[in-house]
Design a protein around this ligand. Structure first.
Ligand code: BES
Ligand code: MN
Ligand code: ZN
Length: 493
């Protein structure tokens, strides 16, 4: 799938499907519909009959005579013009793209309407909506090939001179961000049989070579030598050895941002084993890692003027004869010890090492992403990422990036009172905090291991793993974090 941009009158376009967008506002609607019938020579009968009003998400097909450059037109409703936002444009483009797939169109043109907001941002949103909606994880499906048609080419078109320059860059940049999101989705959706610490590290290396950043992979021996007892401990029940992935992009003179991603390639719970129902989704317990790798791919391909370091502790959490047990005590990279009361609270044990390790980069910001707690899903559901941290400034920046990308974040408090819930009698800290405020006690555990830097923790358990499809997301891995962090880094400095 490729996206491109072109300035052209509507009636000069060639496509299997031309998607056009109309507003719900009656006067504007009438004008837009009559312009379409004049320029393309089509009658949009449902509009004349009052069956189509340009409401958000409404679509209707119209067909042209054979021999024209365009076979069919899909008219897509945008809703009322005054309400239009980037997110509305994403959704409208997504609706158009899904209709393109439904009619098996190979070359699709989206002809832009008169836009609200900054032109580049609106064009960016249109491209995102179409490309993200067409993502599929189908590499393991060998049958029913013909039902899986994905358009080869998405052409974003306009006849506006003002849009032409901004439009081209916006489409190219959006395609990069969407491909990076697809990479994160692919990593999430790949089963644990195939994706384990070594292959996750291999995927990071491949992305690095393709996109222009570096990746260094530490093996079990190196991880042990560094004293990362959390990573070693969690991984030791698995036949698959751990890896510690270090990525770097940009000149180190800049204000460094460290991105940390939880890379549990499968989470059985370990000896504190999870119930069978729903365990399959724990193949996605590496979505934090996927978000970090995807962000590196996007930032490097976009050549953003930033310096970023990525840290991914990668392990498989399995029960076995060599597993850690409840009651065990681990020693982390910074020398602190943790009591393992529940081996299913493994994410924080590996993140503790990575967050302590981050200090060596003297970062201006550290952001960790992790499918850390079921409690966060209970609190916020699938529409907001839980956010905690020690820097209101950094949290504000992420909130703004979340609004813009629509990968929204929402704060949870790290009040002092919660700290005592993870007090241990035998170690510096305990890895579980009891029944209440599970997302916050997990955040507090991480807080114990951070260095002297501004830090934000993003619990993406609900937003990374989806039970249902959205307007431009599918069931399974959402790739959340890539668009959020890329937007954040565009504004960084
Ligand atoms: N990976 C899970 C959290 C999770 C649950 C992510 C559901 C996505 C969907 C994490 O490792 C875990 O098992 N957390 C435990 C912590 C508990 C033992 C304190 C949980 O949330 O139940
Ligand atoms: Mn777990
Ligand atoms: Zn986990």
């Amino acid at each position: 799938m490729n996206a491109s941009f072109k300035r052209s009158p509507i009636n000069r376009l060639t496509a299997d499907l031309l998607c056009v967008f109309v507003h719900q506002d009656p006067a504007l609607f009438t004008k837009e519909i009559s312009a379409l019938s004049r320029k393309l020579g089509i009658k949009i009968s449902p509009a004349e009959a009052g069956d189509f009003k340009g409401k958000e998400g409404e679509t209707v097909f119209a067909y042209l005579h054979k021999g024209t450059r365009i076979q069919r037109v899909c008219v897509v409703g945008l809703g009322e013009k005054k309400n239009l936002t980037q997110e509305k444009y994403r959704r409208a483009a997504a609706a158009a793209a899904k209709q393109a797939r439904a009619v098996k169109a190979n070359h699709v043109a989206l002809f832009l309407p008169s836009l609200n907001g900054k032109p580049a941002e609106a064009v960016f949103a249109f491209t995102e909506g179409a490309m993200l909606a067409l993502y599929r994880f189908d590499k393991y499906i060998t049958r029913n090939n013909e039902t899986r048609s994905t358009p080869e080419e998405i052409l974003i078109a306009t006849d506006s001179a003002a849009l032409a320059k901004a439009g081209n860059d916006a489409v190219q940049q959006a395609q990069i961000v969407c491909e990076a999101t697809s990479l994160a989705r692919d990593l999430a959706n790949t089963p644990g049989l195939e994706l384990y610490p070594e292959t996750l590290a291999e995927a990071a290396l491949q992305s690095a070579n393709r996109s222009g950043f570096t990746a260094t992979i530490l093996d079990e021996r190196a991880i042990q030598d560094l004293g990362m007892g959390g990573v070693v401990g969690v991984s030791q029940g698995s036949r698959r050895p751990p890896r510690f992935i270090i990525m770097e992009y940009g000149k180190s003179t800049d204000k460094t941002v460290v991105l940390v991603g939880k890379g549990v390639t499968f989470d059985t719970g370990g000896i504190s084993i999870k119930p069978a129902a729903g365990m399959a989704e724990m193949k996605m317990d590496m979505c934090g890692a996927a978000a970090v790798i995807g962000t590196f791919e996007a930032v490097a391909r976009l050549r953003l003027p930033v310096h970023i370091v990525g840290l991914v502790p990668a392990v498989e959490n399995m029960p076995g004869g060599n597993s850690i047990r409840p009651g065990d005590i681990l020693r982390h990279y910074n020398g602190m010890t943790s009591e393992v009361d529940n081996t299913d609270a493994e994410g924080r044990l590996i993140l503790a090492d990575a967050l302590a390790y981050a200090e060596r980069y003297k970062p201006s910001a550290v952001i960790d992403l992790a499918t850390l707690t079921g409690a966060c899903v209970v609190a916020l559901g699938h529409y907001a990422t839980g956010m905690m941290g020690n820097s209101t400034g950094l949290m504000e920046k992420l909130t703004a990036a979340g609004e813009k990308s629509y990968e929204r974040v929402w704060p949870l408090p790290l009040f002092d009172e919660y700290e005592k819930l993870i007090k241990s009698d035998v170690a510096d800290v305990k890895n579980v905090g009891g029944r209440w405020a599970g997302a916050i006690t997990a955040g507090w555990f991480l807080k114990k291991f951070i260095g002297d830097y501004p830090w934000v923790h993003l619990d993406i358990a609900g937003t990374a793993i989806l039970e249902e499809a959205g307007p431009y997301t599918q069931r399974g891995g959402s790739g959340v974090g890539v668009r959020l962090l890329t937007e954040f880094l565009r504004k960084w400095k």
